[in-house]
Design a protein around this ligand. Structure first.
Ligand code: PMP
Length: 409
């Protein structure tokens, strides 16, 4: 026996943590797809109707995006080879950013490797000790991490509650910075445009009005509003007609746009400072040519094929109202994200497993992503779903819902 055999495993706590997760039905195994993304996917050798992707417009497999990606590989190769500030900025990146700025109606945009890195890049870059971040309590994890990376103090307001936001802002203006009483340099109000677990839309007009009363800047993370809300999917600012009143919009290229990436849309100054300071931009390699080219094509497709957007919303309305008619609690959703409330994580896990038996792939969302008693099956319909596929999915929900006693049998 060597001394190594006697030495306790310093990582043994990981096993204990995993055992604990399993015993509380909170362990989430990865489901592996052997097909591409789409309304029908292959999971564990089975063909299933997928209600689990964020592929709102079906662009992940759109022929024009595939062709653009392939052409970019032929012309420019597989990788970009460096971070943007060294030798990793290609015309493709700059062209995409110009197209995105025109689409969003902003002076400039800057792309990041993901929506997650956009949030963790921009928030600490533009805020510091002399500022205050005011955040909705249900904002996305990447916003929370962005705030953690900032030196700015933060205050949380009640979810989507403009009265609570106003109270926080009034106090911030009245009292000023803790310890000094001096006014904050910047008060930044941060909200998701569409909340990813409930599918509700942020009350942006009220948020903007409250922010303006305190001369605060508004930051909207439109990950789930990109491609979904507004003209041709321009996002929540366009949806509410608030152009020019929201200083910073973050969007993702990984959901409705169908590829991968994130972007920040705002002023030219904002873009310039992010290029100088935002750490994911400075220290992580830029998008491969195929990604930038496919994203660019997607922005064109969104404007040239408006029927995709129409189809997304027609499918959304039908699916949501049918789930309600069957007797399910679908919470406060107003968008293609429709949670089907289950309560405890065990029921959510069993419901999802039974849906697979019935030919439907819809994943449970459990603690810590949502509160322990608010486990749910999160469904997302896309423009690519056919009526017959949605009908079959609804039948499966009906069968399993009655079986597990969630709806009257
Ligand atoms: N913000 C929100 C609100 C999101 O839902 C997500 C993705 N789940 C992100 C940011 C991150 O986007 P990406 O997948 O492009 O990193």
């Amino acid at each position: 026996m060597t001394t190594d055999d006697l030495r306790p495993d310093p990582l043994s706590f990981i096993r204990e943590e995993l055992d604990d997760l399993r015993s509380r039905h909170l362990f989430r195994p990865l489901r592996v797809m052997s097909s591409g993304q789409g309304p029908i996917v292959s999971v564990d050798e089975r063909r299933l109707i997928s209600l689990s992707s964020n592929d709102y417009l079906g662009l992940t497999h759109h022929p024009r995006l595939r062709a653009a990606a392939l052409q970019a590989v032929r012309d420019f190769g597989a990788g970009s080879g460096a971070v943007r500030t060294i030798a990793g900025t290609m015309t493709l990146h700059e062209d995409l950013e110009r197209d995105l700025a025109a689409f969003k109606g902003t002076e400039a945009t800057l792309t990041f490797q993901s929506g997650f890195s956009a949030n963790t890049g921009v928030i600490p870059t533009i805020t510091g000790e002399q500022d205050l971040i005011v955040s909705d309590e249900l904002n996305h994890a990447s916003i929370i991490d962005g705030m953690r990376l900032s030196k700015a103090p933060r205050k949380i307001y009640k979810h989507a509650d403009t009265g609570s936001l106003q109270a926080v802002l009034d106090e911030a203006v009245e009292k000023g910075r803790e310890g000094t009483g001096l006014p904050y340099r910047l008060i930044l109000v941060v909200t998701d445009g569409v909340f990813s677990m409930d599918g509700d839309i942020a009350p942006l007009p009220g948020i903007v009005a409250a922010a303006e009363s305190a001369n605060a800047a508004v930051f909207v993370d439109d990950a789930h509003a990109s491609g979904v809300l507004g003209r041709d999917g321009r996002g929540s600012v366009d949806h509410f007609g608030l152009h020019g009143r929201v200083a910073i919009q973050v969007g993702t290229l990984s959901k409705a746009v169908g590829v991968l990436g994130g972007y920040v849309a705002g002023s030219q100054d904002l873009r310039d400072i992010l290029i100088q300071r935002a750490r994911p931009f400075l220290f992580s390699t830029s998008h491969p040519p195929a990604v930038a080219a496919a994203c660019r094509e997607a922005i064109k497709v969104m404007q040239e094929e408006p029927e995709l957007h129409d189809r997304l919303w027609a499918n959304t309305k039908r699916f949501k109202s049918e789930l309600g008619r069957l007797g399910f609690d679908t919470g406060r959703s107003e968008t293609p994200i429709t949670p089907v409330m289950m309560g405890d994580p065990d029921t959510a896990g069993r419901f999802s497993e039974r849906l697979v038996d019935e030919g439907v792939f819809a994943q449970p969302v459990v603690f810590p992503t949502v509160a322990i008693d608010k486990a749910r099956i999160r469904t997302i319909v896309t423009a690519a779903h056919a009526d017959s596929q949605l009908d079959r999915a609804l039948e499966a929900f009906d069968v399993v819902g009655r079986e597990l006693g969630l709806i009257a049998g």
